[in-house]
Every structure is written in C-alpha cells, then in structure tokens.
Design a protein around this ligand. Structure first.
Ligand code: SF4
Ligand code: SF4
Length: 693
C-alpha cells in the first residue's frame, strides 16, 4: 500500500511538472505565423517511412542502424513502462501477462532491445567522449550542449541497465521461490545464469531497487527532456509529420507578394481584391521569431543538434560561418528568450534584439547555396534552407540589403530579362546559323509544336552554355522533333531572384512567362537548366502555369530507351568520365538516373566521385552565389568539388547544368588542368559522339 501511495504521488508530480513545462513551450506557438497542413494521408505515410522506419537516418547504414535500433527498442520498451505504471498504481505485478503469447513476445523483444541499446549507447558515448567526430563540434556547440548529450546518453544507459537488472532479479526470485515466470527474457535468463543460487530476499530487494530506479529515472528523464536537445524524443515524430511533402527544390509561395504583383500587373484587380484586415501590414520574410511559421518552430524544437546538416553543408565544409544546425538552434534559443516578453506584453514586445542580427548574421545567410544537402540529411526532416531564404526575403524586400552582385542581377533581370546586361533582343543570337523555330513563327503557320524548348538565360547568353544549347538543338533537329522556342519573348525564369530573396521580382517574371506560354497553349517543356526545370515544374503551378516539364537528361534518356537516339561513334572511347550531380536535378527533384543513363549510352569509362547522387556536393553556384563574392572561408566551394572530381582521375567532368558548368570550368582552370581534363554537358557528349552536324 505504501508503495502504491508513493508511486501515485510520483506519477502525479511527474505529470504536473510535465504539463507545466509543455504548456510553457507550446504557448509560444500563438506568436508564430499560420501555415496550412494538408494531405494528411501522405503525411501519415511519410511519418511511417521516416520516423518509424528511420528511412533518412539509414542513409548512413552503420551508424544509422545503431540509431534505428535504439529508436525501435524504445518503442518496444514503452510497453513494459506502461505495464510498470499500471502495476505501480494498482499494486499488481506484471499485470499485462494476461495477453499470453503476445506478452511473451513483447517482453522478449524489450529484453533483447535493452541489451542492444546498452551496447549502442556505450559506443555512442565512447564516440562522443574519445573520438573527434567533426559534426559534434562547431562554434554553436557550447560545453552545455555536449554535457546535455552526454547526460542524456548516460541516463539511457542506466535506464537499460536497470531494466535488465530488474528482469534478471525477477528471474532469480522466481528460481528461488519456484513461482511461475511471466514472460520471456532471453538476455536476462543468460544474466541470471551467472548468479544462480541467489537468495529469494536478496533477489527481491535488488528487483525493487531496479524497479524504482528504472521508473523514477523515466519520470525524471521525461521532465529533463523539454529543457534539453533531447526534446526531439517527443518532437521528432510531429516534425516529420508536418515536414514538406513537395520536392526539396520547391519554395513556398508568398501569397501576400502574389497579391501585390497581381495588382501591379493589373491595377483593376485592386478593386476586386477583398479588403485588407485592420492592423499592421504583414512583414515580408523573417526578421524575428514572431515572423517564423509554426512549422519552423516545430522544426526548431525538434533539432537534435546532431550536426548531420552542418557536416554536409558546402558553405560550412569550406570554412564559412554558415551552419544550418546553428540556424535551428538560434531560432529555438531566440523564442526561449523572447517568448516570456511576448506573453507578457503581446506581439509589440521589443527587447532591442532580433533573430536576424543578434543571433544570425547576414554573412551566414548569404553563404547559403540553397543546395538542400542539409534538408536531405536531417533525420527529423527539418527544412533549414526555407528559413534561411525567409530571412533573405526580409533583407531584400524590407531592408533593400543584398550583396552588390545580386543587386546588379536584380536590376538586369528587371531591365533586360536576364541576369546579365544583354539586350532582350539578343536572346536568339546563340542560334545563329541553326534552324530553330520560334513559337511565333509556328503560330503564324498555324502549327502547334508539341514541345517548348526553354532555352533559359544561361542557354541564351552564357558563352560556354550557348554551345550546349546549339548541340542540343542538333539533337532535336536530328530527331525531327516538333518543337519551338519562345525566342525574344522568353524572359528569365526568376529562379535566381527567388533564391536570392527577391520574391517580388521572381513572381513578376513567373507571371510574365506564364502569360506568354498561355498564349501559345504550351503543354510540354524541355530545358537544359535544372534550376529553370525546377522552377517551371514545381513553382509555376502556384501561379497557374501547369506544364509537363522535362530536364534534357530525362528527354534524352527517353529518346535513347525508345531507340530514337543511338551512339555509333567512339569519340570518347578510352576516356574516363565522372558526373557531377546538379543539386536542382538530384536532391531537389530526385533525378539521378537519367543523366547517368545518357552517359551509359556513350562508349567511355564511367567513374563516380566520392560524394555522388543525393550525397553530392554542390558546385557552389546556387542560391545566387554565382553572381556574388563568396563569403570568407578556407576555400571556395567550386574548388572543393573540382578537387573531388579530379581525385577520380577523370579525363572529362560531365555536367548537366549551366551553372555547374561555369563552376567546374573555373575549377579546372584554377587547378591548371585545362589540358588534361575537359568539362562537357551530357548533351554535348551525346551530340559529339553521334557526330551531329
Ligand atoms: S542549403 Fe546547402 S548551403 Fe544552404 S545551409 Fe543547407 S547545406 Fe548549407
Ligand atoms: S537540423 Fe536536423 S540534421 Fe541539423 S542538427 Fe538539427 S536535427 Fe540534426
């Protein structure tokens, strides 16, 4: 009876403290921005895959499996914990044995998993304490973060040891008294065999010690977690559930900007828009925590500080200040700092600090290439690039602050429809001497081409990439494909402007392009530029532009597999080719196979870089980086990637993106390897191999 009273008291205290802590954390949600949550069925499926089957953590099979086993073990062991709570409250012992064989299986599972967790957590502790794993370090990892991790691992270790101890003592007690054993305990049976002959009262005493130690530690742990990075134990499943379902390359639309752009483009629309609600107009982008949306805050609360994101971040790898882990840790810390003031004084509370400025510097934000490597790696599906972009949006649209190179790009896109200072009238100069039909010509002839070939700004104006556009046209003409280009009617897709934070400019570009394409009833698009591919495919639908969009690698793969294209020539035979995955084709749109299939059709030796496919390192050009000075670091990203490519001993670096091509070509030049190593687009390799004129 005393045990029951004591236990009931500890349960009440645990629940009360837990509720108090949780309501403190959760009431800050009311200061965050709304974000709709749709497609619940797909979310459940993603949660099963990522949270329960640990899909993302298993990307690194060895360490991933250890983590997964700990997680699965916890799920099984929860059953035993529930039973202990019922037993403690009712004064029973192993009450759930009424479940029969199911009980035996679950108890056996819990016993085995407890042993596995002991081994895994011991290895984790050894790794943390004695091995210098780079991702556990970094300026944002204060001593308290490390102590926090070590404390949590130690508690888990004691929890599992006490569970095994409890089971072992239970078996020793039943052996001594001849009572029936309820449940099956494979590991503890072996442990008990080491202590045969233990007296019943000794076994009972140790059983009680382990029982109380185990359950009280769970209660303490549950209340420590919300104050530590291990809060992710509670938050990781919700974080995965609310994570984005769209491809990683997709950027959330800013509806308030859409409204403004529509009004600018069609002032009459101003009168048909519903009246603005009273109050301060909404700020563009994120300056402080009350500007983040609730999913960002869930993400910040779920961050385990594991550093997987930072360890793959090209900016961080090359010594820049940016660490995606720090972005999430700062968001959480800032809400913790500002939350109480917001609660007391409302949204107008100002403590003279801000997330952007006090915690996160502009230098960090502008170092991001928006490559999505961090988001791909995060085991709890946090999307760090979207928060970085929201802060860039604030800088650009509220403060007019962007690196000078990007300001020039904005002005050029606005005035010339391209990031460079070329006249829009010159958009077709790349095609001189080639037969390239335009949509306008086709319309005049009463024809409706099946495909629009979207040339893109780089394809039309970049000297090196103009050659790729020409080679690709040779392939299209060889196929006698029904296609046309927009010619001088095409204008920049807006991808660079969007990723550099100028949402207004992006949307104006998108709406102009969509209007033109609507005029020609465009249904299918092919483009060589993965950035434009991503934008046209994933982002234009938000503005009414729905197309079937193919990257040229996908189109070429299709033509090869249909037998419409085949390589007879052996121009590259004996050459070693390595392929650099463009972030906006690979990670952002999950396409790794198509470019490799194209290369497979060309007689040559193929080799992979150390980091390839979804693990590939960015070339350093994305997110507007190509048009601005790189932030201070130990190396430029393009050099790191070029060195990785050269380490394969390749003769050719194959690319499938105009920006990757610029960066790789620069890297080859910088390394003085122009004589030995060449950089070709996959379309060029194919066209040259086929000897097309
Ligand atoms: S998107 Fe790429 S560059 Fe930006 S923080 Fe993530 S990994 Fe780093
Ligand atoms: S954001 Fe994700 S990957 Fe990065 S430290 Fe946090 S949990 Fe780990």
């Amino acid at each position: 009876m005393i045990k029951q009273i004591l236990f009931s008291l500890s349960v009440i205290i645990t629940i009360a403290v837990f509720i108090y802590t949780m309501q403190r954390v959760f009431k800050y949600f009311k200061f965050t921005k709304k974000k709709p949550l749709d497609n619940i069925g797909a979310r459940i499926w993603v949660t099963i895959k990522v949270a329960f089957f640990q899909e993302k953590i298993l990307r690194k099979p060895v360490i991933g499996m250890m983590h997964a086993l700990v997680w699965w073990g916890f799920i099984v062991i929860i059953f035993g914990t529930i039973e202990m709570i019922i037993d403690g409250l009712l004064g029973t012992d192993r009450i759930l044995h009424v479940l029969g064989p199911v009980y035996d299986w679950i108890m056996a599972g819990g016993d085995i998993f407890a042993a596995i967790i002991v081994v895994a957590v011991t290895l984790f502790l050894i790794r943390r304490l004695f091995m210098h794993v780079k991702r556990f370090y970094g300026p944002e990892m204060k001593p308290v973060s490390k102590a926090d991790a070590n404390l949590a691992l130690t508690i888990i270790l004691v929890l599992m040891a006490s569970l095994l101890g409890m089971n072992t003592d239970y078996l020793l007690y039943t052996q001594a008294t001849g009572e029936e054993v309820l449940g099956v305990y494979p590991v503890s049976s072996w442990l008990a065999s080491l202590f045969v002959g233990t007296a019943a009262n000794t076994a009972w005493l140790w059983y009680q010690i382990n029982w109380w130690l185990h359950i009280l530690l769970i209660f303490v742990f549950a209340n420590i977690l919300p104050y530590s990075k291990h809060f992710h134990v509670f938050m990781s499943v919700p974080s995965v559930f609310v994570s984005r379902l769209e491809p990683l390359g997709y950027v959330d639309n800013m509806e308030n900007i859409t409204k403004e752009v529509k009004m600018m483009m069609d002032p009459d629309a101003a009168f048909s828009e519903p009246e603005e609600e009273e109050g301060d107009p909404e700020r563009f982008g994120v300056m402080d925590v009350q500007d983040v949306n609730w999913v960002n805050y869930v993400n910040a609360l779920s961050c385990t500080e594991c550093g997987r994101c930072t360890s793959v971040c090209p900016a961080n790898i090359t010594g820049k200040l940016l660490s995606p882990r720090k972005i999430m840790m700062d968001t959480r810390a800032r809400m913790k700092e500002k939350g109480p003031g917001l609660l007391k004084e409302g949204v107008g509370f100002d403590d003279g600090k801000a997330l952007l400025g006090t915690y996160i510097t502009e230098e960090e934000l502008w170092a991001c290439t928006q490559c999505n490597a961090c988001a791909m790696e995060c085991p709890v599906s946090i999307n760090q690039p979207s928060l970085i972009l929201d802060m860039r949006r604030y800088l650009v649209m509220e403060e007019s602050k962007a690196p000078s190179g990007l300001n020039t790009v904005f002005a050029n896109i606005e005035n010339n429809g391209a990031p460079w200072q070329f006249s829009p009238e010159d958009r077709m100069l790349w095609a001189e001497g080639l037969e390239v039909p335009t949509m306008a010509d086709a319309l005049a002839k009463g024809e409706k081409p099946e495909y629009l070939f979207w040339v893109g700004s780089a394809g039309a104006f970049d000297d090196r990439y103009k050659k790729v556009s020409r080679e690709f046209i040779k392939i299209l003409n060889h196929l006698k494909l029904s296609y046309a280009v927009l010619g001088t009617e095409e204008t920049d897709s807006g991808d660079i402007a969007r990723r550099a934070g100028n949402e207004m400019l992006f949307q104006m570009q998108a709406m102009m392009n969509i209007e033109i394409m609507q005029g020609y009833e465009v249904k299918k698009i092919i483009t060589c530029d993965p950035h434009d591919f991503n934008t046209l495919k994933n982002e234009y639908p938000d503005f009414g532009g729905h197309y079937e969009v193919l990257h040229h690698s996908q189109f070429l793969q299709m033509m090869i597999s249909e037998g419409k294209l085949s390589v007879e020539g052996e121009l590259f035979k004996g050459k070693k080719i390595t392929f650099h995955d463009p972030c906006y084709l690979g990670r952002s749109n999950d396409e790794y196979k198509a470019p490799r299939s194209v290369l497979e059709s060309i007689p040559a030796t193929k080799t992979e870089m150390e980091r390839n496919k979804s693990f590939a390192l960015c070339c350093g050009a994305g997110g507007g980086q190509m048009f601005k000075e790189a932030e201070a670091g130990t190396k430029e990203v393009f050099l790191e990637r070029t060195e990785e490519a050269l380490a394969t001993g390749c003769d050719i670096i194959a690319t499938a993106c105009p920006f990757c091509m610029v960066m790789m070509t620069d890297g080859i030049k910088y390394k003085n390897k122009e004589e030995e190593v060449k950089n070709y687009d996959i379309a060029e390799l194919l066209s040259l191999s086929m000897g097309l004129e």
